[in-house]
Design a protein around this ligand. Sequence first.
Ligand code: NIG
Ligand code: FE
Length: 406
Amino acid sequence: MKLIRGIGELVGIVQEGVLRKQGNQMDEVVSLKDAYLTIEDGLIDDFGPMAECPVPSSEDEVVDADGGMVMPTFCDSHTHICYAGTREREFIDKINGLSYAEIAARGGGILNSADLLHRTSEDELFAQTMERVNEMMAKGTGAIEIKSGYGLTTEDELKMLRVIRRVKETSPAIIKATFLGAHAVGRAYYGRPDEYVDLVCKEMIPAVVSEGLADYVDVFCDEGFFTTEQTVRILEAGIANGLVPKIHANELACSGGVQVGVRYGALSVDHLERTTDAEIEVLKGKRTMPTMLPGSSFFLGLPYGKAKDFINSGLGVALASDYNPGSSPSGDMRFVMALGCIKMRLTPAQAFNACTLNSAYAMGVSDMAGSITKGKRANLIITRPVPSLAFLPYCHQTPFIREVII
Ligand code: NIG
Ligand code: FE
């Protein structure tokens, strides 16, 4: 047994079986002051008030939280961290006034990363990806969804997904893999998007599935990328091969991607920098988790998703980092939580739920992560003593993390 005692506040307690929070539930964060928690075989075994703390035996490992807060690690349900090199040239182009769409239209952006990835060995790509995973874990993230989508040929998409599988086998973090062959039209198919979609549906998806390399299928359904018709074809091919959809939608325009995602039972619809009442209406009562990525709004100067409107309509929202070289070169969920509060006007409780349980839901792991619940993975952050949960997004640049247990 591992015993954590002297916990100033144990935060994020959720009843077993609650897999997401919606509407008013997002305001609720249950905590216990002056607490202990025990871990058995990597799982949360028990917790309670210090007055009832078990007496450890000589074999038990004891950690003293010294009055710090203990909370579940963050879950990051949307990342593109399997990439080669960096793109700071485009960063400068953006400073000088080019938009994300303009850079992409000039053959930069995702295609630039695809060229770099093509020239990078599998071992090197693995090393670079693991470095990002380790950095994210040190910043408090315990579960990460990783997308392909910088391959854009069958061979290179498989290369990425094999690297992600290796990350899954190597890292103690919970990893989920998403096939995003439809991230951009591959260079060889320039001007022939429908033929590229054929390749995705008829060659890539069957190859990915036959090696068991992906949990989810995703499409960048947005202006200048893939249309709703093309998205439908890819989702149908993915579903026929046993993959659950996730969607990139409404980053550059109201694309119709949310509606398509919901119709096909997507686990999440992501980005949503732009949304109308129609998107909110269509999401009501559905399994799909609207997921917002304030790090890319921040980096690209885009509008922030209207998370409040979703919550006021009774929906849940998740927040994720979108960590990638083009629109969000950061996987720091502390910053994401702070942006949720500062820019999207979420309360600290809402932002906390969006970054933990709801983000776990959006990557299909909320039965094993995202809250303090008996039987879940003991993926935990121990903070230095902090006055309250609100301190975390408020003083987000203060290094409040003392230790991360994964
Ligand atoms: O989620 N929007 C599409 N894909 C990424 C950006 C990828 C890139 O620019 O490399 C995103 O923002
Ligand atoms: Fe993305």
